[in-house]
Design a protein around this ligand. Structure first.
Ligand code: TXA
Ligand code: MG
Length: 319
């Protein structure tokens, strides 16, 4: 984290004891707080408070058919909200705390307000690894609904400054914990009895899941949008995006990778994890640049490269 506060917007405040206490008070009072996780910044509210959850949808301009992820401290707490069979518990044991969201059947007495799950009988649960989010969960004792802290359909935020630029005055407090280490949203996995399906590729790869499960994921049901983050246009900059670009035109901001230098380079060493951590910041910068269009170098379709290409295809999809 840099020593200067100059770039920080009015609502963004460096994480510390006092700001954490203020965040807890605001959340208990039904307010919204933007908070860093290891993936992207989330826009958090008490998931049992219908009015607070309605505020999330309003602040993001998010369609109300798109359900939210609920963040909890540990698997025991998660079990009060969702039903964990052996398959789900196995994944939780292997990857929590971490960038994996599990979609499981809700418990019968699940206290989460209906809007969080958008009327589904399943719930998306995650135990995040970021120390600021973990402390917020532990100190508040709340189950925090938190989508990415951006306007619906826009680029996800990996710094407090991105949150300020995307949501502006809609968020009264942003806990600034520096840039997010992973930089790309959690993998979302739906549990279906003994089977599992990857609804959104992310930092936990198919190969890692297969190692734990001892079998590959079932294929997603064709034609059915199961996680609305799967909508064709999403994570979208305002400018047109061209993919697979070895070279760029004069009016294009070129996002490079490996040997393709670009105006900026996601990873000169072709390290996909490093590239993931920088992708959304690069799209934010490209969008804010004086070039009219964005070109992106080819990214290999392996490991977390699958998640990068998933986000890039949606970013490039016509709005
Ligand atoms: O890394 C992340 O997951 C970040 C951080 C803040 O935790 N959160 C995030 O939230 O990316 P959001 O709202 O941008 O994406 C959540 C995705 C949406 O695509 C939503 O459709 C899906 O999770 N989802 C939530 N509940 C679901 C459910 N019951 N069944 C299927 N998909 C669900
Ligand atoms: Mg999002």
């Amino acid at each position: 984290m840099s020593g200067s506060n100059d770039h920080i917007g009015a609502a963004a405040r460096r994480y510390g004891k006092a700001t954490l206490a203020e965040a807890v008070a605001r959340l208990r009072d039904g307010g919204l707080v933007a908070v860093p996780t290891e993936t992207v910044y989330g826009l958090a509210a008490d998931s049992t408070d219908a009015a607070a959850v309605a505020e999330i949808y309003r602040a993001k301009g998010r369609p109300d058919f798109n359900p939210l992820i609920v963040h909890v401290s540990d698997l025991d707490t998660a079990r009060t909200l969702g039903q964990f069979n052996e398959r789900a518990a196995g994944f939780a044991a292997a990857f929590w705390p971490g960038p994996l969201t599990l979609v499981v059947p809700k418990t019968e007495d699940c206290p989460v307000t209906a809007a969080v799950t958008a009327g589904l009988d399943t719930i998306a649960l995650r135990v995040p690894a970021h120390p600021v989010m973990r402390e917020l969960l532990q100190v508040s004792g709340l189950f925090l609904a938190a989508p990415s802290a951006n306007r619906s359909g826009g680029i996800s935020p990996t710094t407090a400054d991105h949150v300020t630029r995307s949501l502006g005055k809609a968020v009264p407090l942003i806990l600034d914990g520096g840039p997010c280490e992973r930089g790309i949203e959690s993998s979302i996995v739906a549990i279906d009895g003994d089977d599992y399906r990857i609804l959104r590729p992310g930092p936990v790869t198919a190969a890692q899941l297969e190692t734990i499960a001892g079998k590959p994921p079932a294929t997603a049901r064709i034609g059915k949008i199961e996680a609305p983050g799967q909508l064709a246009s999403h994570y979208a900059p305002a400018k047109p995006v061209r993919l697979g670009a070895q070279t760029a035109m004069a009016d294009e901001y070129h996002i490079g990778f490996g040997p393709v230098a670009g105006d900026m380079n996601l990873s000169e060493d072709s390290d996909l994890a490093e590239a993931a951590s920088l992708l959304f910041a690069a799209l934010h910068d490209a969008d804010a640049s004086d070039r009219l269009r964005i070109a992106v170098a080819p990214i290999p379709e392996t490991e977390i490269g699958l998640a990068l290409n998933d986000r890039l295809r949606r970013a490039a999809s016509p709005k």
